[in-house]
Design a protein around this ligand. Structure first.
Ligand code: F6P
Length: 322
């Protein structure tokens, strides 16, 4: 019988619990033992392990967030703390580790392999869908759905009052949520995370809309480097172009909530395959979606950000928002 551990790291995302459940039950089904690490890499450093039984992961599929909790650990970036983590893993008799998280979390996991030859498998989990080596990261679909539902509601008010709305969605470095939300909610424009804003163009599009008899305009703004960036855009539109607008920052409601069927399916398959990958371990891998299927890819393919995701849609958004 072998013992394997799982942790969730970085921003939580809907579907993480499905992956934890599938990992634990696959191990137990095959006669092995599963441990959970509390609060990501912090828990690894602080030796916070709990045994996960089949029933301890019951009734969690439908819950957002992560039952193990998460953290963004600064300490784990230092080798001295990774040495403590490895000692704790070995003291607990752990033979391999699954890390669910984004590119930062994967970089940390890969260090455990590079420095200590410790078996690691990654499951991409972030609402941002911005990891190289996979078409999909768990939680993204649910986050986009949440954002679209919110924009639909705001559009009712935009229409009723002939208003311009700047709706800010998550994505510090990723445009994926913004682009999909814009296309699926019929937004008039989308502003990308680090884009130089062309205010003349924005003002023209608002004026064009008014001439065509449009009732209200929706702009989707990716939060970029700083949450609240929409307020600067609002002031500029008001002072330089005499365009009044309202701001709505959707914020962390996009990270929570019950995972969509797509997230449950992919997370369950990834959790299952991550356990099997540890049982047959030869090298660090990541579960990834390629051409719609869950497969395993080399860990090193997936430790970078992918920021081009969904940019092909920009032209469609522009064309359809005339
Ligand atoms: O989980 C990804 C993400 O939601 C980004 O889109 C966002 O910029 C960031 O995390 C915010 O995270 P936090 O509030 O936890 O620092």
């Amino acid at each position: 019988m072998k013992t394997f551990a799982i942790l969730t790291s970085g921003g939580d995302s809907p579907g993480m619990n499905c992956a934890i459940r599938a990992f634990v039950r696959t191990l137990i089904f095959n006669g092995h033992k599963a441990l959970g690490v509390r609060k990501g890499y912090e828990g690894l450093i602080q030796n916070k392990f709990i045994e996960l039984s089949a029933s301890s992961v019951g009734n969690i599929m439908q819950r957002g967030g992560t039952i193990l909790q998460s953290s963004r650990s600064e300490e784990f970036k230092k080798k001295e703390f990774r040495e403590i983590a490895i000692k704790n893993l070995k003291d607990q008799g752990v033979d391999g580790l699954v890390v669910i998280g984004g590119d930062g979390s994967f970089k940390g996991a890969y260090k455990l392999w590079e420095e200590f030859n410790f078996p690691v498998i990654g499951i991409p989990g972030t609402i941002d869908n911005d990891i190289s080596g996979t078409e999909y990261t768990i939680g993204h679909n649910t986050a986009v759905e949440t954002a679209i539902q919110a924009v639909d509601k705001i559009r009712d008010t935009a229409f009723s009052h002939d208003r311009v709305f700047l709706i800010e969605v998550m994505g510090r470095n990723s445009a994926s949520i913004a682009i999909k939300t814009a296309l699926c909610s019929g937004a008039e424009n989308v502003i990308l995370p680090h884009q130089e804003i062309d205010y003349d163009e924005i003002a023209d599009s608002v004026k064009r809309g008014i001439q065509r008899g449009k009732k209200g305009s929706i702009f989707i703004v990716a939060e970029g480097a700083r949450e609240g960036r929409s307020y600067d855009i609002q002031v500029k539109l008001r002072d330089d172009y005499q365009i009044q607008s309202r701001v709505c920052i959707l914020g962390h409601i996009q990270r929570g909530g019950s995972p969509s069927p797509k997230d449950r399916l992919i997370a369950s398959e990834m959790g299952h395959k991550s356990a099997l990958a540890l049982l047959e371990f030869t090298q660090p891998l990541i579960t990834a979606v390629h051409s719609g299927k869950v497969i395993e890819v080399n860990f090193s393919d997936a430790i970078h950000k992918n920021n081009d995701e969904d940019h092909d849609y920009l032209h469609i958004i522009k064309t359809l928002s005339i």
